[in-house]
Design a protein around this ligand. Structure first.
Ligand code: HEM
Length: 370
């Protein structure tokens, strides 16, 4: 439960951080503002900067407005081409390369530190009653395939995404700009395509596991007793999935879906503009957020949302990887070859074992939540 305890503050920190960053981003991008300049766009001539071209506006005022990101009129189909200097980008870049990068790195470093401390203090959680030598099936082939497809794609997406944010600072000094640009080029290709494997995994995960991840009475007891993570000989009963696993499930599904949607929006720029509508709904419950956003601001908010949510999810998934791989004896077998030792199952999922025995079900698909 220390993991869960660790996860809970982390998730609160993430939520608070996210709201803070989002507010900062929104404030930043709206500061620039957009007012329309009704003059005809002037072409440059002979390499000189156009002047006195809009009658009653002085040159300095004209360039001042252009620098602030005012939009002129263009006959091109691309509306964005009316903006000569996209000043909002300065604010977006400052938020992305400033607080988002800084606190994101901090969050992941702290997560790793907490996990290391937990390992040093608690050690590996052992099967206290020892191996029974009897195994029960926990996940069938389709479930394991789904898990590893989702997990594998998430890991590559996470690493290639972090490379986009931090790679230039970390890798260019180590491997040089040429190798870094090749690495980043293929990383970005992988990022674009593996997003679809991740999304397919999410759909399958919902179909396979949603029933076993509905809240149950046993969850609260599990949470109160720390999931048995802190002390020896504490084994709160759990169905197929305990409260901590249900948290991971819903995080994967809901946050993963939002990251996916924002990823698609980034892949097809200016196609979806979800923020103004969302802010309008949030304003109904007391927020005071801008509801008229430019297409560019929508993209910038989408990028910040995608990054912040991804880093929060990476932090929580680091804890999941720790417990599924190193932190708990016998857990990896469930996803490795699909079977777990019966004593492991009794200590961590006693209600699930009881349901299987009751139903004569040895397949491990023990269902039901009290
Ligand atoms: C890459 C290293 C990973 C390892 C070693 C790992 C390990 C495991 C194990 C052993 C289980 C079964 C636990 C049980 O039997 O009770 C599991 C379940 C699960 N994993 Fe992973 N996992 C990894 C990555 C991921 C990633 C990246 C995601 C999501 C993006 C993920 C999502 C899930 C979900 C939703 C479940 C079912 C609920 C749960 O047990 O928490 N896993 N994982």
């Amino acid at each position: 439960m220390k993991i869960v305890k660790a996860i809970q503050p982390i998730s609160f920190v993430c939520a608070a951080m996210f709201l803070g960053l989002l507010a900062l981003g929104v404030a930043g991008v709206t500061v620039a503002g957009v007012t329309f300049l009704d003059g005809a766009a002037s072409a440059q001539s002979g390499g000189t900067v156009p002047g006195n071209s809009v009658g009653n506006i002085s040159d300095s005022e004209l360039w001042h407005r252009i620098r602030r990101g005012e939009r002129g009129t263009v006959s091109l189909p691309d509306r964005q081409a009316g903006v000569m200097i996209q000043s909002e980008g300065d604010n977006w870049r400052a938020v992305r390369n400033g607080p988002v990068s800084f606190y994101g790195a901090w969050l992941m470093a702290m997560t790793l530190l907490v996990l290391l401390l937990f390992f040093l203090v608690r050690g590996r959680i052992r099967i206290e009653s020892g191996l029974s030598g009897r195994e029960v099936e926990r996940f069938n082939g389709l479930e394991r395939f789904t898990h590893w497809m989702t997990a594998g794609s998430f890991v590559v997406l996470g690493l290639s995404g972090l490379n986009m944010l931090y790679g230039r600072y970390v890798f260019i000094p180590l491997i040089g700009p040429e190798t870094f640009s090749t690495l980043t080029y293929y990383g970005k290709l992988g990022h674009n395509f593996l997003g679809f494997a991740f999304m397919a995994g999410l759909v399958l995960i919902v179909l396979l596991w949603v029933r076993d991840n509905m809240p149950s009475r046993a969850d609260w007891d599990w949470i109160k007793r720390g999931g048995g993570m802190f002390f020896l000989s504490v084994h709160p009963p759990a169905h197929k999935f305990n409260a901590g696993q249900k948290f991971i499930f819903w995080l994967t599904v809901l946050v993963g879906a939002s990251i996916s949607f924002s990823g698609i929006s980034l892949m097809f720029p200016f196609t979806f503009e979800p923020f103004a509508g969302t802010f309008a709904v949030m304003n109904m419950i007391g927020f005071d957020l801008p509801t008229t956003l430019t297409s560019m601001q929508e993209m910038q908010l989408t990028q910040l949302w995608h990054t912040v949510l991804s880093m929060a999810m990476i932090a929580v998934i680091l804890a999941h990887i720790y417990i599924g791989w190193i932190g708990m004896e016998g857990a990896y077998d469930a996803m490795g070859h699909g079977y777990v030792d019966e004593n492991w199952a009794r200590e961590h999922h006693s209600l699930w074992v009881a349901e299987m025995k009751q139903g004569g079900d040895q397949t491990g698909s023990g269902k039901g939540n009290a």
